[in-house]
Design a protein around this ligand. Structure first.
Ligand code: IMP
Length: 308
């Protein structure tokens, strides 16, 4: 451990720093995700001397230079928290110009949950089992898909058709990563089972004609493929110049008709997933990550009519 400021580690190197605890690494991941510059344990503050020798010192976990703020995580053993409070108090007495914040275990866990890192071990989000795809992973992949589409459609002006409501988050992020002139439109589809035999119905049609256009259908998830199949048949009959599919998620386990997925974000297992636009009974759409549901909620899904 060293005294005095140390060279700042380059950004986004959370996996290269020898962290003392996994929670520190996760926290660095959150800071990287938000582009907040950080230094790990850059400075040790002498707090007490006895007979001319250093008796007590304190090395806060992080320093955020842009905020001129030290952060100490109290995510380790709860009994250490009191000792940390004492050290912070001593530090503030001796170095009143230094700004430091203790980040408590509960604050830290809600941050992790909110931004899609780690499991929901101690954070109460009713119905959610675990994070399957984190917000950072989503952002990275959506960016890649946008770049791929931009390359493939160079010199063309695609028309993106978002399928409501599930594709709302994906569509708005994806279009911002496509570096081409483009237009957008939306359709809404509802599936109903029982007497209608699982037929799919268009409940909101496009505003613009698509004849001669390079159409890309933007879907949240392809499960049985029934919805997409019907949608593609409808769109094909309107004579677009080309028709492609970009789906954030592909759940191939229950596929019925063969449907083309030209751009796929992630392949997911046969589990009901929510978040980032996907719902369970209209809930969870606003989660910034994709998560699985708890098994008792799943039972409801398996025994009852599928949500639209
Ligand atoms: P498909 O017709 O069986 O392919 O179902 C497609 C639609 O069902 C999607 O657009 C979603 O609205 C919904 N869906 C299927 N699987 C899930 C899931 O795991 N979570 C949330 N919605 C789903």
């Amino acid at each position: 451990m060293t005294i005095g400021p140390q060279p700042r580690p380059p950004k986004e190197t959370a996996n290269l720093v020898p962290f003392a605890h996994p929670s520190e690494e996760e926290f660095a991941g959150i800071l990287d995700f938000y582009g907040v510059t950080w230094e790990y344990e850059p400075r040790t503050f002498p707090l007490q001397e006895k007979e001319g020798r250093l008796a007590l010192a304190f090395t806060p976990d992080f320093y955020l230079p842009d905020l001129d703020l030290y952060i100490e995580l109290t995510t380790l053993k709860q009994k250490l928290v009191t000792e940390k409070h004492r050290k912070v108090r001593l530090l503030q007495e001796r170095y009143p110009e230094v700004r430091i914040k203790l980040l408590h275990r509960s604050d830290y866990l809600s941050l992790l949950a909110k931004y899609g890192f780690g499991p929901f071990s101690e954070v109460e989000v009713a119905g959610i089992h675990e994070v399957l795809i984190s917000a950072a992973e989503l952002e990275r992949r959506v960016k890649e898909l946008g770049a791929e589409i931009s390359r493939d459609y160079r010199d063309r002006e695609p028309l993106l058709i978002g399928v409501l409501r599930g594709a709302a988050c994906f569509m708005s992020d994806l279009m911002r990563h496509i570096s081409l002139p483009l237009t957008t439109d939306y359709m809404a589809i509802s599936s109903y089972d029982g007497e209608q035999g699982g037929a799919v119905q268009i409940t909101k049609d496009l505003v613009e004609p698509i004849t001669g256009r390079d159409v890309i259908v933007v879907e949240d998830i392809v499960d049985t493929g029934m919805t997409l199949n019907t949608l593609l048949e409808t769109l094909r009959s309107r004579n677009p110049a080309s028709l492609a599919v970009c789906s954030l998620l592909d759940k191939p386990a229950r596929r019925l008709p063969k449907v083309p997925i030209d751009y796929c974000g992630f392949v997911v297992p046969d589990e009901f997933v929510v978040g980032y636009g996907l719902d369970f009974r209209q809930k969870f759409r606003n989660l910034p990550f994709i998560a699985t549901l708890k098994s008792d909620w799943l039972k409801v899904w398996k025994t009852e009519k599928r949500p639209e």
